[in-house]
Design a protein around this ligand. Structure first.
Ligand SMILES: Cc1cc2nc3c(=O)[nH]c(=O)nc-3n(C[C@H](O)[C@H](O)[C@H](O)COP(=O)(O)OP(=O)(O)OC[C@H]3O[C@@H](n4cnc5c(N)ncnc54)[C@H](O)[C@@H]3O)c2cc1C
Length: 427
């Protein structure tokens, strides 16, 4: 069997030491079989283990191989579409439940980091940067909205104030969320995997689930073994392929690209981001960036619909970085990589149950670091028979992409082109 290792990212190069976990051989029995060792799978496994379940995690490649080990590392609150959109779509009662959960994921991450002493360069503070007066107006209403749901660590930044936290001339203002922040994402996943094992959970790497035998006592097959379980949690997200055909129809894997500069040194790094906050702009096709523990700039942006890997990532992302920070013209790019997130048409996550015992959560559409940690808790609650919060997500309506699997990529790309144009024209 092929041994799938990490992409050549900055994160893989600076990962904390981790054991290599043997592939599943033979047959095992457990309470819950989790498919996928990204944040969704690991968070589910941790909450289940903390509540007395026996858990086996199957990972096709390595812990954090997917988006969880490649992302921008930004702890961003709420969902990819905000609570007001949810309210318009499903009404005030369900929106209230979902709104109450919108800031929990970030708290879960911090609890995990503290409880299991995870070394992942956690820093507090995230900035949403407005490029236009319209975007600034949107941030003002977002602040009011989030405060309505009890989220208070927010500060609006005027043009003068945003210059104090980010040395980019493009912004007209912004909003600082002190409960946002950033992490080394792969080290967070590796720390969570170690926590799973410390509680008796078992993780098999290089063990793709290739078939699920459904029924009262479902069985997950891998190339060299099988897991019989009472419950299955499907957490393969954009890397799942067609293992569960019902899940492939209403979502689309998309690629997004990230670069990491050479270390900038304390002085230059401090001049760009004096408070070490992370930043994302307010465009639909947004740019996001932050400093690493060793003072590199990590810069991400760009979306490839249908998740094809672009030939030259640096050529796509470096110009965006130089637009924000022309002062980095002479700086070398040490790493460039791509990763896949899962887009849904509504940009809200898909959560649900197939039959009585197969649960899933996927498709948080770009902002998933906090949501996936919440998802693990909500799935674990549902398996324990407390489904109110699970149902609030499961009841969100989801629609297939127009054009089906064949045409969904060009349709979504057209949509993105339209929104990209609106960003450029400042609408
Ligand atoms: C480049 C990039 C930058 C991003 N930046 C941010 C950011 O800054 N902030 C933010 O909030 N969100 C960001 N996101 C989104 C966020 O990273 C994801 O939403 C989140 O990590 C998804 O976690 P997950 O566990 O659901 O999926 P993944 O982390 O993708 O994990 C799925 C795992 O399942 C495994 N798997 C798949 N199929 C099988 C199978 N059949 N058998 C066994 N294992 C299987 C995969 O190998 C993989 O390890 C970014 C995403 C990308 C790609």
């Amino acid at each position: 069997m092929a041994n799938t290792s990490y992409p050549a990212s900055y994160y893989a190069a600076s990962a904390n030491p981790a054991p290599s976990r043997p592939a599943l051989q033979g047959e095992v029995e457990t309470d819950v079989c989790v498919i996928g060792a990204g944040y969704t799978g690991l968070s589910s496994a941790l909450f289940l283990l903390e509540n007395g379940f026996k858990v086996t995690v199957l990972e096709a490649a390595k812990v954090g191989f997917g988006a969880s080990g490649r992302n921008g590392g930004q702890i961003v609150n709420s969902y990819s579409r905000d609570i007001d959109v949810i309210e318009r779509s499903v009404g005030p009662q369900q929106a209230q439940l979902l709104g109450n959960m919108a800031f929990e994921g970030g708290r879960i991450i911090r609890e995990r980091v503290a409880k299991y002493q995870i070394q992942c360069d956690l820093k507090d503070g995230g900035v949403f940067a407005a490029l236009t007066a319209k975007q600034m107006g949107h941030l003002e209403s977002q602040k009011r909205l989030w405060e309505r749901f009890g989220h208070t660590q927010l500060e609006l930044l005027d043009q003068r104030r945003i210059r104090e936290v980010v040395a980019c001339e493009e912004y007209v203002g912004g909003m600082l969320d002190m409960s946002g922040g950033h992490i080394h994402p792969l080290n967070l996943a590796l720390g969570e995997a170690a926590a799973v094992e410390s509680l008796g959970g078992v993780i098999h790497e290089q063990s793709p689930a290739v078939r699920i035998e459904r029924g009262a006592s479902p069985v997950v097959h891998t190339p060299q073994g099988k897991v019989r379980a009472k419950f299955i949690i499907v957490a393969g997200n954009a890397y799942l392929g067609n293992l569960v055909p019902e899940l492939a129809a209403k979502s689309m894997p998309c690629g997004t690209q990230v670069i990491a500069t050479e270390p900038l040194g304390d002085e230059l790094a401090h001049s760009l981001l004096p408070q070490d906050y992370c930043v994302e702009d307010c465009n639909y096709l947004l740019d996001y960036y932050r400093l690493t523990g060793d003072k590199r700039l990590i810069f991400g942006g760009g979306v490839v619909y249908g998740a094809r890997d672009p030939a030259n990532i640096e050529a796509i992302i470096r110009p965006k970085m130089l637009k924000a920070f022309p002062q980095l013209k002479q700086v070398k790019i040490d790493y460039a990589w791509t990763g896949n997130f899962l887009l849904t048409l509504s940009r809200l996550p898909q959560v649900g149950r197939l039959g009585d015992n197969i649960y899933y959560s996927q498709g948080c559409s770009g902002h998933g670091v906090t949501y996936t940690h919440l998802a693990g808790k909500v799935l674990a609650e549902a398996l324990r028979g407390q489904a109110e919060r699970f149902d609030a997500f499961a009841d969100l309506p989801h629609y297939p992409f127009p054009g089906g699997q064949l045409l969904r990529t060009p349709f979504a790309a057209m949509g993105a082109w339209y929104y990209g144009l609106r960003d450029r024209l400042g609408f």
